[in-house]
Design a protein around this ligand. Structure first.
Ligand code: PEP
Length: 241
């Protein structure tokens, strides 16, 4: 069984004062038997060095260095204390026009810097309504996940775009169908695909986490809004433990 992972994506939220939330989380889950990952804004990565939790970036550039104003390389994130990085989050795909090819290059750059890439995939509402969800998943998996992926350097996060920040959650049957599909594609392509972690993301809360975690092939969650406060993230971690 892959080791469970509760990942929080703070997005563009958080000042140094917000780090008190990690202290509160540490009080309850400092020795948790699941992996806990916090992806704060990059400005806070260095300030997280005392936390027992894994720390991740929310994005990285595909290059090693150079004239890319405002961008951060995977090596810089690692140097600041990150061990993970999100790649291909739907907000990056939409707001920054990131393509599968770019996401594969960013994920490869992450591997090269020794980071674990959490590669995000998921369909839009229009794609679900057009019944193309599994085709979209296939295209994103084939295009965004490098050939060098394995269970140690890669986590897949299935995040239906229509469920992110909306309070709408797919049925457990819908989650089960997509996660089983992802698992079958991973095992077909990678020798250790059975051990690669697949997270569900999209409006996970304390009240729905246990039901989502009961679904086969759900190895944890990528959580946005409910990861900002320890009081909201803690019940999700508890449901995973
Ligand atoms: C996300 O942005 O990855 C996410 C899952 O957000 P939320 O939990 O707020 O839906």
């Amino acid at each position: 069984m892959p080791r469970k992972l509760a990942a929080g994506n703070w997005k563009m939220n958080g000042l140094r004062a917000s780090l008190i939330e990690l202290k509160h989380l540490e009080d309850k889950h400092g020795d948790a038997d699941v992996d806990i990952l916090i992806c704060p804004p990059a400005t806070l990565i260095g300030a997280c060095e005392d936390t027992p939790f894994d720390i991740g970036g929310q994005d990285c550039h595909m290059g090693e260095s150079g004239a890319h104003t405002g961008d951060l390389s995977a090596e810089m994130l690692a140097d600041a204390g990150a061990s993970y990085v999100l790649t291909g989050h739907s907000e990056r795909r939409t707001d920054h026009h990131e393509t599968d090819e770019m996401i594969a290059a960013k994920s490869q750059a992450s591997y090269d810097a020794g980071l674990i890439a959490v590669i995000c995939i998921g369909e839009t509402l229009a794609e679900r309504e057009a019944e193309t969800t599994l085709a979209v998943i296939d295209r994103q998996l084939a295009g965004s996940v490098p050939d060098g992926a394995d269970h140690e350097n890669t986590v897949i996060a299935y995040e239906p775009v229509w469920a992110i920040g909306t309070g709408k959650v797919p049925t457990t049957a819908q989650i089960a169908e997509v996660h089983a599909h992802i698992r079958s594609r991973l095992t077909a392509r990678f020798a250790d695909g059975a051990h690669m972690r697949i997270l569900y993301g999209g409006s996970v809360k304390g009240s729905n986490a246990a039901e989502i975690f009961s679904v086969a092939n759900v190895d944890g969650a990528l959580v946005g809004g409910a990861s900002l406060k320890a009081a909201d993230f803690s019940p999700i971690i508890t449901a995973l433990e």
